[in-house]
Design a protein around this ligand. Structure first.
Ligand code: 13P
Length: 252
């Protein structure tokens, strides 16, 4: 695992070719911000063009189908996303779990398919507000991890986990720094349970209303290895604000 903070922009269902200028600006700035590992996950339609525009930053997909190919109208396999230029894919985002009824089992199949295709994965987990208020946040996240994490020889090296409380996504609300650290600690323990020693090196990102204003505090939390950023990754200006905060002391 790299010790550099890993800042990933998830563009969700945003972006036409007009947004490539943002990717270019992020990429140019990344050249100076070498203390931070930066990536964006544009929609499938922009993966190829973004890869061509941006030389330094990582490019990922937001999802993949678990099958290698076949009669699955409208779906994209991991190999296709990779061929278009993605080196990793997000799986199990709460919006996919909610919009498409994705189960932990399906998320795990997707993660394993992506790794089989030679990609890294960012496996997303996170509790709802009801879970948190009922004191079940850790149990929910633990269950999601157990069901969603890919299995197999050497897979841990390809895994990043993103903790995204559902109630913090796009709401401007975030857990307290103490709650973020407590959950990351819980996730670390689960990763070690599942992968043994290799689990100690897996990066755990926080996601949910990360902005330039709160990034430094969130990223200073123990075990917080970076951020998965939605809304604030859509312009180079705000995304770079987060990357600069992650760099800690400016631009080197
Ligand atoms: P926001 O940063 O818009 O809250 O989205 C977070 C997220 O879902 C990233 O995957």
């Amino acid at each position: 695992m790299s010790n550099r903070p890993y800042i990933v922009g998830n563009w969700k269902m945003h972006g036409t070719r007009a947004m490539l200028a943002e990717a270019r600006a992020i990429d140019r700035a990344a050249e100076r911000l070498i203390k931070v590992e930066v990536a964006v996950a544009p929609p499938f339609t922009l993966i190829h063009a973004t890869r061509k525009e941006a030389e330094l930053i990582g490019i990922g997909a937001q999802d993949c189908h678990p099958a290698e190919g076949g009669a699955h109208t409208g779906d994209i396999s991991a190999a296709m996303a990779k061929d278009a230029g993605a080196s990793f894919t997000i799986v199990g985002h709460s919006e996919r779990r909610a919009d498409h009824g994705e189960s932990n089992t399906l998320v795990k199949q997707k993660a394993e398919a992506a790794i089989e295709a030679g990609m890294g994965v960012i496996v997303c987990v996170g509790e709802t507000l009801d879970d948190r208020e009922a004191g079940k946040a850790e149990a929910t996240v633990g269950r999601q991890l157990k069901g969603s994490l890919p299995e197999g020889e050497g897979v841990a090296e390809q895994v990043t986990v993103a903790y995204e409380p559902v109630w913090a996504i796009g709401t401007g609300k975030t857990p307290t720094p103490e709650d973020i650290v407590a959950m990351h600690k819980h996730i670390r323990a689960k990763l070690v349970e599942v992968y043994g020693e290799d689990g100690a090196a897996i990066r755990i990102l926080y996601g949910g209303s990360v902005k330039p204003e709160n990034a430094a505090e969130i990223l200073s939390g123990k075990e917080v290895g970076g951020a998965l950023v939605g809304g604030a990754s859509l312009t180079a200006e705000s995304f770079l604000g987060i990357i600069i905060a992650a760099a800690g002391d400016g631009e080197e």
